[in-house]
Design a binder for this molecule. Structure first.
Ligand SMILES: C[S@@+](CC[C@H](N)C(=O)[O-])C[C@H]1O[C@@H](n2cnc3c(N)ncnc32)[C@H](O)[C@@H]1O
Length: 267
């Protein structure tokens, strides 16, 4: 199984938390995360769970904007510390594949850019559904890395680097279009799929939040590219910036559904 983006394997999980916080302030992320929260159908008094909650920025917004209670799960201790500092009280350090909650104990649950990292996304999605009551909501949001495009001079080289990002840097970088099917297979109803495309024209933002310029170097370190090709990628990246043509885009899928069954059986 490929994938080495897990926070516990990051050399500095606290700097990774800072990256997540910077992303949460980007207008694109704010807008799609607001839509994720709407799709949960929050109403005062309801109880929600975010799986792979990171630093908890969206969880806090859901709680404060809708008068709901929110629990979070993240397997990284660093994220739990960040969430508690933010005022979230119910932060479990746990694995998404084994949620430490009773079945049907939430009105809704969501995973935002977490499923892409999970070792067994099918099992984890079943586990997320397990903890939501009949009639409750499940929302999954992830980028789909097959949708990436990048304008540098050598499009073949760009594709190879983007392919590396899709297939190696993430465990499930190309699963988001199948979230609906996975939810349907579990009997969920009212399934909707929305797409939002992140378009990055500001290379400073790219380097700050995505580290895109470094992907070729990482690919070379893992034997996917020659070091000379990695340098060519960086040179062309810089040329695209200088020429004001720099453009990178990737599409996020927001998949929402309702857990089927009889609401009167809620525990
Ligand atoms: C890209 S971050 C997204 C964080 C947050 N949802 C947000 O929108 O900012 C993915 C998060 O998933 C967590 N994660 C990855 N694998 C996990 C697992 N198996 N169980 C629980 N959390 C996990 C990571 O620690 C990280 O905080």
């Amino acid at each position: 199984m490929h994938g080495f983006t897990d926070v516990d394997r990051q050399s500095d999980p606290y700097s990774w938390a800072a990256v997540l916080d910077r992303l949460a302030k980007e207008p694109f992320y704010q807008a799609y995360q607001q839509r994720v929260r709407e799709l949960l159908h929050p109403a005062p008094g309801r109880r929600y769970l975010e799986v792979g909650a990171g630093t908890g920025a969206s969880a806090v917004q859901l709680r404060d904007e809708h008068g709901v209670s929110v629990a979070t799960v993240d397997y990284a201790q660093a994220m739990s510390i960040a969430m508690r500092a933010r005022g979230l009280a119910q932060c479990a350090v746990a694995d998404a594949h084994h949620l430490p909650f009773l079945s049907r104990s939430f009105d809704g649950a969501w995973a935002d850019r977490s499923v892409q990292h999970l070792a067994d996304p099918h099992a984890a999605i079943k586990e997320i559904i397990r903890v939501v009551r009949p009639g409750g909501r499940v929302v999954l949001a992830d980028p789909h890395y097959d949708t990436q495009v990048l304008d540098i001079a050598d499009q073949s080289l760009a594709r190879r680097v983007l392919r590396f990002r899709a297939d190696v840097l993430l465990r499930n970088g190309t699963l988001a279009h199948q979230h609906a099917g996975l939810l349907a297979a579990q009997g969920l109803v009212d399934i909707t799929v929305e797409a939002r495309t992140l378009v990055v024209r500001d290379p400073t933002a790219v380097d700050n939040v995505l580290g895109l310029r470094s992907w070729a170097d990482t690919a070379a370190q893992h034997g996917w590219l020659d070091p000379a090709e990695a340098r060519a990628f960086e040179d062309q990246f810089d040329e695209a910036v200088t020429a004001h043509r720099f453009t990178y885009a990737v599409t996020f899928f927001l998949t929402a559904a309702t857990v089927g069954g009889d609401e009167s059986t809620r525990q």
